[in-house]
Each structure stands twice: as C-alpha cells, then as structure tokens.
Design a protein around this ligand. Structure first.
Ligand code: CA
Length: 250
C-alpha cells in the first residue's frame, strides 16, 4: 500500500479535537519523532527536554494545580534532574488527573508496576512504533472524554442526522439501516466534515491495525454508504472522491 499525504492547504483545525499533549523526553530524536507523529494526528504538542522545563509548562505562577492545561502527557521515565516517576507522583499528589503515558527504555515488570503504581495510565517500552504510540494516546484521550465531558448527542451534516449513542441515522427525515462498519465510517466522516481521509487512514480508524486485506474494502463500503445516503449514488453530494487522496464528506 502506498502512503498518501493530505493536501497541505487543508484546514487542520478539526483534527485531533484540539487536544493538547505535553511530551517530556530528553532524547532529541525520539522527542522530535513524537512531536511529528502527534502533530500529524492533529494534536497541539508542547515538548519539554527535561522535568524542570516540563514543570514550568505544567505550572505557571497563576495556574490552578488541579486543572491541567494539557489533555495528555507522554512522559519518558529516565530524565535528567527530575525523573519521570517523580513527575508522575507529584502530579497525582497535587490531585492532577491528566492521563499519563509513560515511556521507558527499561522493560522490566518492576518499572511497569512502579509506573502504574505512581499513577500512570499506560506504559510503553522502547523501542516502540509511532503507530502504537498514537493508538495508545488516542485510546487514553477517548477514555478521558468518556469519563469527562459527554459525547455529542447528535451529528448533523446537510440532510443527514446521526445519533452516536443510539447508533441511528436519519437521511431526509427517514431512518436508514447501516451496518456497524458503515455506521462507524459515516460517524468518522461526520465528526470531521470536509477532512480528506486516505483509504489507509480509514482502514486504520475503522478496521484497526490488525486488519488483513486491502483498501478495496473501503471502496466497497463507500459504495454501499452512497447507495443508502445519496439521492444519486453516481453523482454523490455527500461522500466525495478526492482523486489521488481518498474520500471526504461534503
Ligand atoms: Ca530518557
């Protein structure tokens, strides 16, 4: 499968839901790769090279210690000055509940247990793939969202209304029956109107990393979705083919 790039002039503001991520990592190469991967995912990323710098980002003189200005922290364990475990412990001690993903070069069970004991939410051992990291971050943010602010009740685009919690879709005031995969595809499109998705991105989002198959699967599901949503599936108004890139809604 070829890697397709998004056109550079697309608005990026819908991506990543504006989540702010703090990356604390002293190794330059890993830090830069983390920043790139997370920015690509649409997150607003701040990077710190050591614990003290991170602390400065976390706690400005007038900040409320219980309210973090970040939605997620990616934290290396072995850092100069203040180490990752201490940062984690301090944050939790102050009542800060921001999700924390710990990175460590060590892979022993003791580190893992220690990391989780001091209040980290997840743990990844180096070397790790950026895909894996992004998937873990996404899961932590999703979990946080479920515990925190409620999910949107209704998504609307043109004549389509989607009720995420009821798994129901209305098109021009009539209910349509979608398969679970079709529903999730549509929900993804409607969550990011006009964002262009490559077939590979759609496969990853809906089918997951473990899916064995090719991107033709996407084309087939798009065709089925169009048959259910569009007035004229051969001249779609909603799910538009972006030649050379993939699909977008609207
Ligand atoms: Ca380190």
């Amino acid at each position: 499968m070829s890697t397709l790039e998004l056109p550079k002039n697309l608005p990026r503001f819908e991506l990543g839901n504006g989540n702010r991520v703090l990356v604390i990592e002293d190794e330059d190469l890993i830090r830069e790769m983390l920043v790139l991967a997370l920015e690509e995912e649409g997150y607003e990323v701040t990077a710190a090279v050591d614990g003290q710098t991170a602390w400065g980002y976390l706690y400005t003189p007038d900040s409320n210690p219980e309210r973090c200005q970040f939605d997620l922290i990616v934290l290396d364990l072995m850092l100069p000055q203040v180490n990752g475990l201490d940062i984690c412990r301090l944050l939790r001690h102050q009542g800060n509940t921001v999700p924390i993903l710990i990175l460590s070069a060590k892979g022993s069970e003791t580190d893992r247990v220690l990391g989780l004991e001091v209040g980290a939410d997840d743990y990844l051992t180096k070397p790790f793939s950026m895909r894996e990291l992004v998937a873990r971050c996404r899961a932590l943010l999703r979990r946080q969202r479920l515990n925190g602010s409620p999910e949107p009740q209704v998504l609307q685009f043109g004549d389509i209304i989607l009720y995420p919690q009821e798994c129901r879709v209305m098109v021009r005031s009539e209910e349509v029956n979608l398969s679970p995969k079709e529903f999730r595809l549509l929900e993804l499109f409607m969550s990011y109107p006009r964002r262009v998705w490559s077939r590979e991105q759609l496969l990853e989002q809906i089918w997951g990393h473990d899916f064995v198959g090719d991107s033709k699967t996407i084309d087939v599901h798009i065709r089925w979705l169009r048959e259910k949503l569009e007035r004229d599936p051969s001249q779609p108004d909603y799910i538009i083919t972006v030649r050379g890139f993939g699909y977008r809604l609207g």
